[in-house]
Design a protein around this ligand. Structure first.
Ligand code: 6PG
Length: 227
């Protein structure tokens, strides 16, 4: 368990989303003031949707936001299970971030080709300003799953045999996800309790391999956090 994590334990998933949204917006103002742009990596899955809907209602300097994805499922771009479709409907189509600054993972091309293309995008983007991540019930994050081996030097991985459908995915690597000024984990729901306990007890899970220089912020609701 990373010693300098900041655990923000809140009563409900709505409070998790509100608090995380505030930090994401504050980080944007800071990054744009400091270096003129905000490089944000979006998380997949369902947990972040509440955060994205709140961001869509915010007033921000969208012209300087640059959007990346931590992972993507190898499905057609209009498939309801695509992380990019969820983020677009909940957030991106509602704010004025220039299309040219939204870097969708071309996962419809298949794992190998998409990972090769996205490797270049990530190489040009790092360090990120903010990375958002979820966590699965087995302690996976992005599409980094327990027991999967990846080449250390890759910035983006082709993923096969994912235990969480679909089987083929693309994921930014732990090394690249850790190359960020700030990082937020969004974890809600009783089904995450076991994985949280295992993570806190020091089990070698994919979430435990995400180790930025600065402390990570973990926004978690009461249902997911049972000490
Ligand atoms: C994905 C996600 C994955 C997700 C966790 C949590 O593509 O499935 O990137 O890592 O964040 O599985 O998913 P939920 O938020 O739906 O619980």
């Amino acid at each position: 368990m990373q010693h300098n994590s900041r655990w923000h334990i809140l009563e409900t998933s709505e409070q998790v989303a509100t608090a995380a949204c505030r930090q994401i917006l504050d980080a944007a103002e800071q990054a744009i003031t400091e270096h003129g742009s905000y490089k944000l990596v979006l998380a997949g899955g369902s947990t972040p949707e509440k955060v994205y809907r709140l961001l869509a209602q915010a007033d921000a300097d969208w012209a300087n936001w640059h959007i990346y994805y931590g992972d993507e499922r190898c499905l057609p771009v209009d498939n309801a299970d695509r992380n990019s479709l969820m983020a677009t409907l909940a957030f991106l189509e509602k704010v004025a971030i220039p299309e040219s600054q939204i870097f969708t993972i071309p996962a419809e091309l298949g794992p190998e080709q998409a990972a090769r293309l996205y490797q270049q995008i990530v190489a040009e983007a790092v360090p990120f300003d903010m990375v958002l991540l979820g966590m699965g019930e087995d302690g996976h994050t992005a599409s980094l799953f327990p027991g999967h081996q990846h080449k250390e030097d890759e910035l983006a991985h082709a993923v096969y045999n994912s235990p969480k459908p679909p089987p083929e995915r693309v994921s930014i690597s732990a090394k690249a996800l850790s190359n960020t000024h700030q990082l937020i984990f969004l974890i809600t729901g009783a089904n995450k309790q076991e994985a949280v306990k295992n993570w806190r007890s020091g089990l070698d899970l994919p979430v435990a391999a995400i180790l930025p220089e600065n402390p990570v912020d973990i926004y978690i609701d009461r249902d997911a956090y049972k000490p």
